[in-house]
Design a protein around this ligand. Structure first.
Ligand SMILES: NC(=O)c1ccc[n+]([C@@H]2O[C@H](COP(=O)([O-])OP(=O)(O)OC[C@H]3O[C@@H](n4cnc5c(N)ncnc54)[C@H](OP(=O)(O)O)[C@@H]3O)[C@@H](O)[C@H]2O)c1
Length: 304
């Protein structure tokens, strides 16, 4: 039986919960994608790795989706090695902009919803206060420009699609593009170096992929089409995040704050990219727990 009945009271949201019987997750071997597959385990979920589907191959995308005929597609695939996007512009736009647009078209043709994952990097950081969904993006690098183009391609397609922006992801499975996550890097540096220096002037919200995956499932089933910010609650600098990791994991190596000026990079990045989960709050669907609580949970799972 469809569980719409649960939502039929006076307080029911305008968009009714949908029971999903066929779900496809693209980028299923990634840190987020693997948790999204797990979050949809009660539905009939098909996880597609890069070997199963190349999202820049429009014909392969169409034929794969026509075969599975999903009600929902979650796209967690991206080319998101930020420095490499600067030198491989064509690939960045093919994977992050054109492919999501084609995916949205294929989903619309089948009557399926696409949930496409995007990034806090669409903002330039100049606001220095949490960004809401209606704030004007101003991406600073090729990765961010290509992701913003992908957002427009999905949202302007005319389907019932959603774009979910998040920030500073870490998960139990390693980030494929980076070979690990920030917490792995902190453990490694603490073991190898006499002291660890981390920037204190880049502010974000670290977000546990386990929490984001659960939020994506809720959004996909219950929320209206549109753009959503979805991060753990609160914010911190990378140094403050590292401090929490060192304290909770009892890493004894000295940890020192430093500035982005110490790590000269040819790639421009926002120094402030905190996302306010405003649309989520307005939808009444609930937000995610504070980032420190999520980190504690992650470290417990990692140690288990
Ligand atoms: N990581 C972050 O801090 C962060 C922050 C904000 C937003 N995001 C966004 O969150 C999403 C998920 O990121 P993640 O960290 O989970 O990434 P990830 O661990 O690198 O996983 C990406 C997945 O996509 C697959 N993939 C890459 N290119 C593909 C292509 N052309 N066709 C099909 N599959 C392809 C990868 O497979 P292979 O590895 O085998 O190629 C992998 O399974 C992305 O949209 C990213 O832009 C990430």
């Amino acid at each position: 039986m469809d569980d719409d009945a649960e939502r039929d009271g006076a307080d029911a949201p305008t968009y009714r919960r949908r029971l999903l019987t066929r779900v496809v997750v693209i980028g299923a071997t990634g840190q987020l994608g693997s948790d999204v597959v797990e979050a949809f385990r009660a539905d009939a979920v098909t996880g597609l790795a890069h070997d199963d589907l190349e999202i820049t191959d429009g014909e392969a995308v169409r034929s794969t989706l026509e075969r599975v005929r999903p009600e929902l597609v979650v796209n967690a695939a991206a080319f998101h090695n930020v420095p490499r996007c600067e030198t491989e512009e064509a690939r960045a736009f093919a994977v992050n902009a054109i492919a999501p647009r084609q995916l949205a078209r294929a989903c619309t043709a089948l009557g399926a919803r696409l949930v496409h994952v995007s990034t806090d990097y669409v903002f330039d950081g100049g606001k220095c206060a949490p960004y809401v969904e209606t704030d004007r993006p101003n991406p600073l690098n090729v990765y961010a420009i290509s992701k913003l183009a992908g957002e427009y391609g999905v949202l302007n397609d005319g389907g019932s699609h959603q774009v979910v922006r998040s920030s500073g992801l870490y998960g139990v499975r390693p980030c494929r593009a980076k070979g690990g996550n920030f917490i792995d890097t902190m453990f490694k540096l603490a073991a190898e170096r006499p002291e660890v220096r981390v920037v204190n002037d880049e502010v974000l919200t670290p977000t546990f992929t386990h929490d984001l995956a659960a939020q994506i499932r809720t959004l996909a089933r219950e929320a209206a089409p549109g753009l959503y910010h979805a991060t753990n609650e609160g914010s911190c600098s990378w140094y403050e995040f590292a401090r929490a990791i060192f304290d909770l994991a009892e890493l004894k190596t000295p940890l020192l704050p430093t500035s982005v000026k110490e790590f000269a990079s040819p790639v421009r990045r926002p120094t402030y990219s905190v996302l306010e989960n405003a649309a989520l709050r307005a939808s009444g669907l609930g937000t995610m727990r504070p980032w420190r609580e999520a980190l504690e949970d992650y470290l417990r799972r990692r140690a288990a």
